[in-house]
Design a protein around this ligand. Structure first.
Ligand code: B1M
Length: 218
């Protein structure tokens, strides 16, 4: 078994201690943290997700796997954020109301911070009024929302309607993402931008704010 196989196994088993040990070892050997994040940690969820969908894994087991991944991500956070550049823009982000998935959103937060954005993370299950209050008071330029469940999609629209009602919608850009979305659904919901992954979320934020981008975003 190579190191990634062991890592994937440890995530599958929800063995957070082994995940951290293996990740530390790979970083010490000089592995690029972005490679470790994408091919090591995130990729390990493929089998978890498939077996969950097929009924071979149950919710408590998936929660343990998710916890193990997050422990590994804590190691990477300072490495991904160490660019130390001046703030380029400000983003308030959260997972929409009714949705508790935050692994992807946390990666977006790490990448945005690493790219020099000021980011306020509101967490999971965020009520539209909380987005409104933060966007109104915090002078954020981008309101970013993550949604993983089909049933949480209506909360994207409800949040945008709440921003509209409070007169905030026109002065912020809204970026959305999450596995249940695509560009068409995002635009239909009224968002200004959509990104399929964390790297492209950074590019999308730059594009929305008129900053130079590294690559075209979707
Ligand atoms: Co849930 N879950 N889950 N789950 N879960 C999914 C999403 C599901 C696809 C599994 C399945 O059935 N195959 C399914 C949703 C089906 C649907 O609605 N279409 C599902 C379900 C049904 C549920 C429950 C309803 C199960 C139940 O209770 N019966 C329940 C709901 C709870 C709730 O939210 N109210 C539930 C619960 C959970 C756990 C709590 C156990 C756990 C979450 C733990 C956590 O997040 N802290 C969990 C997990 C782990 C998953 C899977 C296995 C993995 C999700 C994940 O983290 N992926 C998932 C199946 C799967 O995706 N294979 C599944 C890795 C992550 C890096 O990817 O989040 O897509 P992702 O983020 C990416 C991009 O999407 C993008 O960038 C990220 C990184 O590149 N992105 C953005 C994300 N946010 C973005 C925002 C942006 C831009 C890009 O801009 C703002």
């Amino acid at each position: 078994m190579n190191s990634f196989d062991q890592l994937h196994r440890a995530v599958y088993d929800g063995d957070d201690r082994t995940v951290v040990e293996l990740a530390e070892g790979l970083l010490t050997e000089g592995m690029d943290p972005v490679h470790l994040l994408n091919q090591g940690l995130i990729a390990s969820l493929d089998k978890v997700g498939k077996d969950f969908a097929d009924g071979r894994l149950f919710l408590p087991e998936v929660m343990l796997s998710a916890h193990a991944i997050q422990e590994g991500m804590h190691l990477l956070e300072p490495l991904l954020a160490e660019a130390g550049v001046e703030p380029r823009g400000s983003v308030v982000i959260g997972t929409v109301k009714s949705d508790q998935h935050d692994i992807g959103k946390n990666i977006v937060v790490m990448m945005l911070r690493g790219a020099g954005f000021r980011v306020k993370d509101l967490g999971i299950d965020v009520d539209p009024e909380v987005f409104v209050a933060e966007a109104g008071e915090g002078e954020y330029q981008v309101v970013a929302m993550s949604a993983l469940l089909t049933t949480s999609l209506p909360w994207l629209e409800k949040t945008m309607q709440a921003l509209e009602r409070q007169g905030i919608r026109d002065r912020v850009k809204v970026l959305v993402g999450g596995a249940v979305l695509d560009a068409d659904k995002a635009l239909a919901a009224g968002a200004d931008g959509y990104a399929p992954d964390a790297a492209r979320a950074v590019e999308a934020c730059k594009e929305l704010l008129g900053l130079p981008t590294d690559s075209p975003c979707e």
